[in-house]
Design a protein. Sequence first.
Length: 261
Amino acid sequence: MSDADLALPASSAADLVPIEDAGLNASAPREQRMLDGWLLRFSPGKAKRARCVNALYSGRLALAHKLERCERAYAEAGLPMIVRVTPLSEPAGLDATLAAMGFRRFDDTRVMLLPEIDALAARSPIDLVDLDGDEFAHTVGALRASPAAQVEAHASRLRQTAVRHRAFALREDGRTLACGQFAVEGRLVGLYDVFTAEEARNRGLGTRLCRELLARAHADGARSAYLQVEADNHAARAIYHRLGFADAYAYHYRTRDPRAS
């Protein structure tokens, strides 16, 4: 993907701004600050959205100088510096410039959109267990075998979020088979951390869980939905396509720190 692939018509870019804003708000950690128009986040959890540079505005500093300041800030936080590159990133041409400076590209991601979720409001309900933020972080962390530090960072982010999150688990005989959460902002809902236990896959549980999450979000006032999924996660993308989601835009990350992943 080149800068040309990331470029969007002005009307399309305007349409994507509310989705990008909602995604940033839903993943906001306590540990963040602005630097010359860029949003720097320092949460040490799994989600790279919460531990990367989001290039929101061009700012006034020379790019090389701004990148040096960002690298110092992440070094002080004990984290590798990662830049998230979206169609809305500024300054223009940022992706090509970073590539020329030796920033490797990784984790191509798709933001998928379902413009209308009304059709999913009528469903055959399934029993889900409501979880608070700490319970959910530990539940999905156990399914993913995440390190304790990542689990705690996730829990901490959910404790202080300003966006309304609801989290659930699908259980059978005391075992968690799948879990997921959603974040509602106005009429827009984002699905996050949808995960099915390895031994419970290929049973349609992911589809049923997503339908139920969207139905409950609809009852909470949401009318459109978005989600973020790695481009090569074909199994998850197949589920989302069946539900009616389509790709809205793509983003990826760049870094020159060999530790970053």
